[in-house]
Ligand binder design. Structure first.
Ligand code: SF4
Ligand code: SF4
Length: 377
């Protein structure tokens, strides 16, 4: 499927300040003829941010609202009509919009919210994947601009542009996909299928403040001072992984894209504009448990998918921290295998049937799910 070169732009943006963010976004679109060349006048444009849950921008879990606001203004100045949409992992979408700052963005810019509720089946171009149930509301817009948050991820190593588009899969289908694709490489193949089905016109990564350590929900904000962009989500993730110091094999979306020889999966096929990898590279970035543990380093040594899956199968288990658990039940709702019980106000996990998708860890609002090699009961 590899048929050409991709272009990725890396630019500096030290702070979430409107002038700096606008300058950074301009730099990102400049090599493609400016945003006016990416969108058409009168077109309906969906901005797809990362909206994992109802958390404040300071926690670096979601795309910063200022990046979304400035992008929305630039689209409007270029003659586009802006919509903002996502299907967050938990919490109601309206609540997530309010707490994450997106409601304020919509008030200030007049952008409209697109609620993902209906489903349309889209045939996948990835070999071996069934039709993908995307949000039917995507048909109401002319094109999508994907704006991810650069973070570590317990399951896929890193979440950037490709993983962000999983939010275009509606509700319960996300759980089903975790059940049907429990291993990280296989799940990443599905993520690529979603990304190719959504076909965003452009992808931006908010790495002004990224997340390191045990992301995507409980890591630490880390100021990188970077914005990145590309028409190719795969190429953008390949470059972002290099900037953070991952082996390509440790970011399973990149590894899966290599297996399928997709455009942008090989750094040699990417033309970089702006900062070089060396200039942007973060040498002491904490790449989280998926990459820095003993097994994480071993993944890179095994090029054969079956061996990778063998090692991935030895990933850590989720464990409930009894001091922090409030018994809210959000993890139970999120668990695809229904192995979480709430008893006497505390969650407990039946590890025998746990597929280690880490949805519970991702969505627990109290940081009460830790990852351990030998869980106790
Ligand atoms: S582990 Fe977290 S999500 Fe689950 S019940 Fe406890 S506090 Fe709620
Ligand atoms: S307990 Fe957590 S990691 Fe295990 S299957 Fe359920 S949601 Fe996934």
């Amino acid at each position: 499927m590899n048929s050409g070169r991709e272009k990725v732009v890396i630019t500096g943006c030290r702070h979430y300040h409107p002038v700096e963010v606008r300058q950074g976004l301009r730099e990102i679109f400049k090599p493609f003829g400016g945003i006016e060349s990416v969108i058409g006048r009168g077109q309906k444009i969906l901005i797809k941010p990362n909206l994992l849950a109802a958390v404040t921008p300071a926690e670096a879990v979601t795309t910063h609202p200022l990046v979304v606001r400035v992008l929305a203004e630039m689209i409007q100045e270029a003659g586009g009509k802006v919509y903002i949409g996502d299907s967050p992992g938990s919490d109601r979408q309206e609540l997530a919009h309010r707490v994450s700052g997106l409601e304020d963005v919509m008030k200030k810019t007049g952008a409209e919210m697109l609620v993902f509720e209906k489903i349309k089946e889209v045939e996948s171009t990835i070999r071996g994947l069934k039709a993908i149930p995307l949000a039917a509301e995507l048909d109401e817009v002319d094109l999508v601009i994907n704006v991810g948050k650069l973070k570590t991820h317990s399951l896929t190593g890193m979440t950037g542009a490709v993983k962000n588009l999983f939010g275009c899969v509606v509700g319960a289908n996300k759980k089903r996909f975790h059940l049907e694709h429990p291993l990280p490489l296989d799940f990443s193949k599905l993520l690529l299928g979603v990304s190719l089905a959504v076909k965003p016109a452009f992808s931006v990564l908010d790495a002004v403040v990224a997340m390191e350590g045990p992301g995507p929900r409980r890591g630490k904000p880390r100021q990188l001072g970077l914005l990145m962009g590309s028409p190719s989500p795969v190429a953008l993730d390949t470059v972002a992984a290099e900037v953070l110091g991952f082996f390509p094999e440790q970011v399973t979306t990149v590894a899966a894209a290599r297996n399928f020889k997709l455009n942008g999966a090989d750094p040699d096929d990417i033309d970089l504009v702006g900062l070089s990898i060396e200039e942007a590279k973060v040498t002491d970035f904490d790449r989280g448990p998926a990459a820095t543990g003993k097994l994480g380093r071993l993944f890179a040594l095994f090029p054969v998918a079956i061996l990778k899956n063998f090692f991935y199968a030895r990933r850590p288990y989720p464990q409930v921290n009894r001091e922090r658990c409030t018994g809210c039940g959000i993890c139970r709702e999120a668990c695809p295998t229904q192995v979480i019980r709430i008893t006497d106000g505390l969650a407990s996990i039946e590890h025998y049937e746990c597929i280690r998708c880490y949805c519970c860890q991702e969505l627990c609002p109290h940081g009460a799910i830790m990852l351990v090699n030998s869980p106790s009961h």
